[in-house]
Design a protein around this ligand. Structure first.
Ligand SMILES: Cc1cc2nc3c(=O)[nH]c(=O)nc-3n(C[C@H](O)[C@H](O)[C@H](O)COP(=O)(O)O)c2cc1C
Length: 269
């Protein structure tokens, strides 16, 4: 009953118009494959000395980070050895639609709802929050990337995502953490999709064992917040310690840096 209510709420919040037919419809069939990524690991935070109060350099660092993130989806030979990480012990793993629908340049009106452009680079709401966390913690960024892009059209993505979730699909991932043992604290962020986590997050949680590590979840949404995903994460990772998460509404992402900083300060990392 609770799930049903959540789903009905999601329908209202997302402003869903018409959805196509069920599993494996045309939208899913036409999905484009991401250019090959032979190996990718956690993105290196090249501005390790930057702190949350370093607002002055925020723009340029966001720029370089999102560019780094974007390039990870476009190059074929990115391989970073574990020695190259910052050594902070903190990883910020996140999934964001804007880095998973193949839109890299101009954003048309149809796709605009799914994409946020930050200083010329494409990410999404969750990517922006992840970058706030990076600035506050000095952690390494890791963008969870799917092998196949979601459609450029937001409405088609709604349908594809809904079908993936209702079919229990596990979309293949194109990015992988090669140096997990270097991290004891993992921020994990995703958008709420249909009162759930996006299906690629299920793939992600099934790929890694976070036993003995601290998981700190964060979500962005149109209003549903975490829905039941905290229970899901606890079930996937029973031997990890789940710390207090943060939920941010999509329309307030741009102004959320202070809230993110307060939350991180309260975690006592
Ligand atoms: C496929 C899909 C399903 C969504 N379902 C919900 C939902 O059930 N509840 C909600 O509050 N927001 C929902 N949203 C809105 C997103 O959670 C929200 O805009 C989020 O901030 C997007 O993050 P991103 O830009 O990092 O992908 C949905 C968005 C998409 C694309």
């Amino acid at each position: 009953m609770k799930r049903l209510l959540a789903a009905v709420m999601a329908l209202t919040i997302v402003g869903l118009t018409a959805c196509g037919d069920s599993a494996g419809g045309d939208a899913a069939d036409s999905r484009e494959r991401r250019p090959d990524i032979s190996s990718s690991t956690a993105e290196v935070n090249e501005t390790q000395s930057e702190t949350a109060s370093d607002e002055q350099s925020q723009e340029s660092s966001q720029d370089s980070e999102t560019e780094a993130s974007q390039s990870s989806s476009e190059t074929s030979e990115e391989t970073e050895s574990s020695e190259e990480t910052t050594g902070s012990g903190i990883l910020i793993a996140y999934f964001s639609l804007g880095e998973n629908n193949g839109i890299s340049g101009d954003v048309d009106a149809d796709a605009g709802a799914s994409v946020t452009t930050l200083n010329g680079s494409v990410t999404g709401n969750t990517g922006i929050i992840a970058d706030y966390i990076r600035q506050a913690t000095g952690g390494d960024m890791f963008s969870i990337l799917t092998e196949y892009y979601y459609p450029e059209s937001y409405d088609e993505t709604l349908t594809v995502a809904r079908d993936e979730l209702s079919n229990g699909e596990r979309p293949a991932l194109a990015s992988h953490i090669e140096n997990l043992d270097q991290y004891d604290t993992i921020f994990i962020g995703f958008p709420n999709w249909w009162a759930d986590m996006p299906a690629p997050m299920d793939t992600f949680f099934e790929e890694y064992d976070f036993s003995g590590k601290r998981i700190i979840p964060f979500v962005t949404s149109g209003g549903s917040g975490f829905s039941d995903t905290l229970d899901e994460i606890a079930a996937y990772e029973p031997d990890a310690t789940l710390l207090e998460g943060l939920s941010i509404r999509d329309y307030s992402v741009e102004e959320a840096q202070g809230e993110v900083n307060d939350w991180i300060a309260g975690l006592g990392l």
